[in-house]
Design a protein around this ligand. Structure first.
Ligand code: AHN
Ligand code: ZN
Length: 328
């Protein structure tokens, strides 16, 4: 009797132990969340950088606000230990208007061989030509989302790098004159794609450092808007497939799958084309509107201001880019 009881107890113990050893533990392992070792992207800090840019007023070429904001961006990059390069160039708008173009580049971990570029445009559109109110079609926009959001992410990255040197070289490039392409109201017929992205066109022809090379690049465009979703942009899939996969995979493993959707989006004329054409594979992280299908509802309207910035979008993108950089 006693022996049987002993055997039963022993059997129970073995069964329990084996149970906790296999199925339960396995389940636990598969439920473990991904734990990133990348630094935290502080979204309040990034938001403050977006707000600061907007406070100068629209950053339209040949304006005082443009000059002052350019100085501000340079001073922030320097404060965080970036090596800053500037490219000043005399360029022309679609209608021949001369503009003073200013590209701003900040290099971190300057001597590293392996380098990646994070870029965005910093100018804002001179005309709210997509505004529902026609009276606004000739007035400039703040470009909180369209311009300042990408630069806000880059300034926060610079702050992060000042405390956590990146494992590869990182060049943060602010292109000028992306958004002065032929306005919708212009009837001259000169609406070619080459009227957009003037700053990146200039950079593609003349890099900030002679013989400059980079392994790959990520373009940020409208990364702080409401109702945002990021599809894999057409040219990015075609010309920079592994960069695109890398960015979207990073977003998804961090839990931002609602933003980084693995579906193909449209083909968009943007600064990334210039990098791809000069041999640097570049993916465009550019938002679509979950309700509209096209660009964000505030796109090229007076409503693209600081009141319509969504910190959740900014955080999802900022943390994803931080993840990509620090898992190099
Ligand atoms: C065109 O509308 C031709 N390209 C969109 C690129 C863009 C404009 N990104 C921001 N503003
Ligand atoms: Zn724009």
């Amino acid at each position: 009797m006693r022996v049987t009881k002993y055997l039963l107890t022993a059997l129970t113990v073995i069964l329990l132990a084996s149970c906790s050893n296999c199925s339960e533990k396995k389940d636990n392992v598969s439920e473990q969340p991904y734990v990133s070792t990348a630094p935290t992207f502080n979204v309040d800090s990034a938001f403050a950088y977006v707000k600061a840019q907007c406070a100068f007023g629209p950053r339209v070429m040949n304006s005082a606000a443009h000059d002052s904001c350019g100085d501000y961006i340079v001073s922030q990059f320097k404060k965080y230990g970036g090596e800053v390069y500037e490219q000043f160039a005399d360029l022309k708008l679609y209608d021949g208007t001369p503009i003073k173009n200013r590209n701003i580049i900040a290099s971190f971990n300057k001597d590293a061989q392996r380098r990646i570029i994070i870029c965005s445009h910093w100018d804002s559109r001179p005309w709210a030509d997509h505004d529902p109110d026609e009276a606004n079609h000739h007035t400039p926009i703040d470009g909180a989302n369209d311009g300042a959001s990408g630069v806000g992410v880059m300034l926060e990255l610079a702050r992060i790098f000042s405390q956590n040197p990146p494992p590869v070289g990182v060049d943060l490039i602010c292109f000028d004159a992306e958004d002065a392409g032929t306005p919708e109201w212009d009837k001259s017929g000169n609406d070619s794609e080459s009227t957009w992205c003037l700053g990146s066109q200039y950079w593609a022809g003349k890099h900030h450092v002679e013989g400059y090379v980079a392994d790959y690049a990520i373009l940020l465009d409208m990364v702080g808007g409401p109702n945002s979703v990021f599809y894999k942009e057409g040219y990015s899939i075609r010309m920079a497939p592994s960069v695109t996969d890398r960015v979207w995979a990073a977003g998804q493993r961090l839990g931002y799958g609602k933003y980084f959707v693995s579906e193909q989006g449209g083909y968009i004329t943007d600064d990334h084309l210039q990098l791809n054409q000069c041999g640097i594979p570049c993916a465009d992280v550019i938002a679509s509107d979950t309700e509209e299908g096209g660009f964000c509802k505030t796109w090229h309207t007076k409503a693209d201001n600081i009141n319509n910035i969504d910190k959740n979008t900014l955080k999802a993108v900022g943390q994803t880019i931080t993840e990509v950089i620090f898992t190099e």
